[in-house]
Design a protein around this ligand. Structure first.
Ligand code: PRE
Length: 381
């Protein structure tokens, strides 16, 4: 048993697997091309069910357990769906290959990592524009210094990001995309630093709230709030002080030469953030891909006004996936409602609902229609 020889064989198998995955990806782009012509939806869960059943049976013959096979292929299919959707969206909205993206913080911030993932799926290169706060992200796009802005809107541990909802009330920018990123919070230090000697932890306030349970375990350690996770990492890296630590992602830590000392610090095991992309012009979403429309509306204080508005959606067969409210500046006790509706803005149902909402609300505005990037895996029945 020669370890080196076995490893060489494993290397070969891995590179064969990669070549096959690349070939599969190419084939699924051909599927997207055919669906563009037939106007068929990208997602076909019946086909996915059949695929999984067949693969589980094949895997069994080769001694691979069902759970392993299903997990692998759910990941492969998720990639396939996201790629196809991005390709179709790109065809509908021909645009440049190099885009300028404004995001919170500096390289390595969660927004930066989310932006990289989103545009890599669309084969676009990005010119990065780090901003000190969310307001400047919006301003950079409004003033034409960036083509897109990326903003976190909600997190599975800390909930809605109110500051971003409030900014959306005031801007003319349109939501043109969304992406969900797994946020793996890690405690990062200079290489080899003694964990017992840590006296200060730098982190963004949202991150501190998402890791509150873990942070309760550090008595006598000072928490320093930072404008972004990138700032937190820069503080530690620039200080070269081994008593300082930051909370940020592993990918960010790599950029700043910091070492992961503890991982999975978030209160929720599945710590995910949803980001939205904003641009000056709305984009059309092809009918083949699942779309979401985000609306804001003010109903006034009449009893039952919100119920009436929601009934309009129900009666038009529309599914609302999110409802949240924020105060209206200057109108104490009045609320602005934000709704995500699982429908394309151009659909008949959505247009009908909007025409019925206008007369019964004080104000209603479409914030954007964009492709839904949340791919729920098909489970084997
Ligand atoms: O066969 C299709 O229609 C595809 O789009 C390909 C594929 C896959 O990757 O296998 C992806 C999405 C569909 O939901 C089903 C299967």
């Amino acid at each position: 048993m020669d370890l080196n020889k076995i490893r060489t064989d494993i290397n070969q198998v891995d590179s064969d697997l990669l070549a096959l995955l690349a070939r599969r990806r190419q084939l699924t782009l051909n599927v997207a091309r055919s669906k563009e012509i037939d106007l068929k939806p990208v997602r076909d869960q019946e086909r996915e069910q059949q695929l999984l059943e067949k693969l589980v049976a094949l895997g069994k013959e080769q001694g691979l357990d069902a759970q392993y096979v299903v997990r692998l292929f759910q990941t492969i299919i998720e990639d396939s769906v996201l790629r196809q959707q991005a390709w179709l969206q790109g065809r509908q909205n021909t645009s440049q290959d190099l885009v300028r993206v404004a995001y919170l913080g500096a390289r390595g911030s969660y927004s930066h990592i989310a932006a990289q993932g989103y545009f890599a799926r669309r084969d676009k290169s990005i010119v990065e524009l780090g901003c000190p706060d969310f307001h400047e992200v919006v301003q950079a796009v409004e003033q034409g210094n960036a083509d897109y802005g990326i903003l976190p809107i909600e997190n599975t541990s800390s909930g809605s990001i109110n500051e971003v909802y409030d900014l959306l009330q005031q801007t003319h920018l349109q939501i043109v995309g969304e992406t969900t990123e797994t946020i793996g919070h890690c405690l990062l230090t200079l290489p080899g630093a003694d964990l017992e000697a840590i006296d200060t932890i730098y982190a963004h306030p949202q991150v501190i709230s998402q890791c509150s349970n873990h942070l309760r375990g550090y008595s006598g350690v000072k928490l320093e709030y930072c404008a972004s996770s990138a700032h937190a990492m820069a503080q530690v890296a620039n200080s070269q002080d081994p008593t300082k630590a930051a909370i940020a992602s592993k990918a960010g830590g790599d950029l700043y030469g910091l070492e992961v000392r503890r991982a999975k610090l978030a209160n929720q095991a599945e710590n995910e953030s949803r980001f939205i992309l904003v641009a000056r012009k709305a984009k059309e979403v092809p009918v083949q891909v699942p779309a979401k429309t985000t609306l804001i509306m003010a109903t006034g204080q009449r009893a039952g006004a919100l119920v009436d508005a929601l009934l309009v959606l129900k009666n038009n067969g529309l599914i609302m996936s999110k409802l949240t409210s924020r105060p209206i500046p200057g109108n104490p006790w009045e609320e602005m409602f934000y709704l995500d509706v699982e429908a394309n803005l151009s659909s008949e149902a959505m247009q009908q609902a909007l025409s019925e909402l206008v007369p019964i609300t004080r104000f209603v505005k479409v914030l954007g229609c964009y492709q839904s990037e949340r791919i729920l895996p098909t489970e084997l029945e």
